[in-house]
Every structure is written in C-alpha cells, then in structure tokens.
Design a protein around this ligand. Structure first.
Ligand code: GLY
Length: 297
C-alpha cells in the first residue's frame, strides 16, 4: 500500500503570548509524541487525540485544565475532532471533565450525532465512563475575579475590550494512509455568558477536514464563526498549497475585523500556519524536522 509522508502541527492559541517557554515545552511535547505515534503507524485520529490531551493538561493553555471561566465562574469547555473522511464529533459548553477532546471522539465514534452540549454532553461522558474532574485552576480563578470587577455593569461592550489572549489549542496531522485529522479544544472567552458555545466545536468554523486537508482555527470565536474560517481554508486547499490557502483566508478575515490564527495540513502533507493577531504559538514536525514559533510570528 502507498504510504503518505506523515506530518503534525499544533497551536497553543493566537493573541499575546504569556509564558513563552512553557508554551514551547507543551507544544514540543504534544507534537513530538503525536509524531512518534504517526511514525509507529498510528492513525491521525489517535495521534491528534493524544496531542490535544497533552495540551489540555498543560495549565497555561486555555483548554481542559486551566480553561477560562465564564460569567458565573464555571469552566464550560468546547472541543471537536474531524477527519478527512468527514467523521466529526464535538462537545459544547461541557463541564467537569479533564479532556473534552476524549468526549468529542466518543461522540464521533459512539453516537449518530455530531455535537452534544451542556448537561447532555456531561451525561453522555459519564455514561461512557469519563470521571468527574475539576479543571478550574487558582490562576484562572484570580484572573476571573480581577476581570469581573472591571466589567461592572457594561457587560457586552466591555467584554470585547477585555479579551486579550485567545488561547484555544489545536492539532492537525496526516498519517501513513493519508488520513488527515483536525482537533481543537477551547476554554472559550473569559466572562462569556453561561451556555455560550464558540467556534471550536461548530463544524466548518473552528474545526474542519475533508479530502483536501484539515484545519484548526483559534481566535475570537464569534468572528471566526461569521467568517467560516476552517471550511474556507480547506476548500481553498483544493486549488492552492496549504500555506497559500491559509494566508488568503486570514487576509479575508482581517478585512472583516476577525482576529484569528489557524494551522492546517493539505493532502500532500504541506503545512499551513497563519494569523493576524499579535502573535501565535505553534510547533510542527515534518520529515523529522521540528519547527517552532518565535516571538516575532
Ligand atoms: N476560539 C475559541 C472561542 O472563541 O471560543
């Protein structure tokens, strides 16, 4: 059977980069372990799920443990996985699980549905044996208190001004059989209203894959939804190499004031990494060569 060259790319969110060394360590670990799995013949679904779980467990990223807290101080999280064979699973506004991406994969593989949200997603997770877990860290509780004071009563207009770090994480990989998987996991935006679901688990916005490639997006969820970022990039991969497709969509998003970043891989294993924010943290491995963000990109 023909073996496709393997590749993996991971991001740790777009926006200002705090704790750059810890970000680098987390991203290098996730990409290296995922790449190692691909090299051993694992599917891109397994490699992406594992790499996303590693990033969800690193508290400085806004996903899993250390997720941003909503208006009520709760960590409602979003996650999704999609493959180039159009398998999709997502969870929205799920609480009290350690790795939302695991539940997203279970939705993909064990149900007839694409997306479960809120209470329903939690019941499903417990039914599948996923244990109770509290992902709220002291650091995020302190940040929540500080920002909550700043908001006072002018909720909606002020919220946008307060958003500085878009810390969603995501991973895209291609395995030896040419299967591409994109996975994204997010703690959302601090002080969002309870029940808010961002772009991450909405098919085509924060996460998308088809025969042309796969993409994980990061940034301001509401704007990413309007610009349909992930689907737009993957569609363009039918005509252009990954990086060109990503750049075209970031330019389009910029025109509409959508602050975002994205990573992707096309069917030839070419990698995209583009953003219009102050910075974006990412790490890729292809042909055994690792590349890593620096503070200028
Ligand atoms: N992009 C993550 C969010 O806005 O929820």
């Amino acid at each position: 059977m023909k073996r496709t060259p393997i590749a993996i790319v991971a991001h740790g969110g777009a926006g200002g980069i705090n704790f750059p060394q810890r970000r680098k360590n987390g991203l290098m670990k996730a990409a290296s372990i995922g790449y190692g799995m691909l090299a051993q013949g694992a599917s891109s679904i397994d490699a992406v799920e594992k790499a996303v779980m590693i990033l969800e467990d690193v508290t400085i990223f806004n996903a899993g443990t250390g997720s941003s807290l909503n208006f009520m101080g709760e960590a409602e999280m979003d996650a999704a996985l999609m493959t180039s064979e159009l398998q999709f699973g997502g969870v929205g506004a799920i609480t009290h699980v350690r790795n939302p991406i695991r539940v997203a994969r279970l939705v993909m593989e064990k149900t007839d549905h694409l997306l479960l949200c809120g209470e329903g997603a939690i019941h499903f997770a417990r039914h599948m044996g996923i244990k109770y877990y509290n992902p709220r860290t002291d650091e995020k509780k302190r940040l929540w208190k500080r920002m909550r004071k700043k908001l006072q009563s002018r909720y909606f207009r002020k919220l946008r001004e307060l958003v500085e770090h878009y810390g969603t994480i995501g991973v895209v990989a291609i395995d030896t059989n040419g299967l591409i998987t994109a996975g994204t996991s997010s703690g959302g935006i601090t002080l969002r209203l309870p029940g808010r679901v961002g772009d991450t688990p909405l098919i085509g916005t924060g996460t998308y894959a088809d025969e042309h490639g796969g993409v994980s997006a990061t940034g301001h969820g509401e704007e990413i939804m309007r610009a349909m970022v992930a689907f737009r990039v993957v569609s363009l991969m039918a005509r252009y190499p990954a990086q060109r497709a990503g750049k075209i969509v970031v330019d389009y998003a910029t025109k509409y004031g959508c602050q975002c970043g994205l990573i992707g891989i096309d069917k030839k294993g070419r990698i995209a990494c583009a953003n219009n924010t102050k910075a974006m943290s990412w790490c890729s491995i292809k042909d055994g060569q690792m590349k890593l963000f620096d503070m200028k990109n």
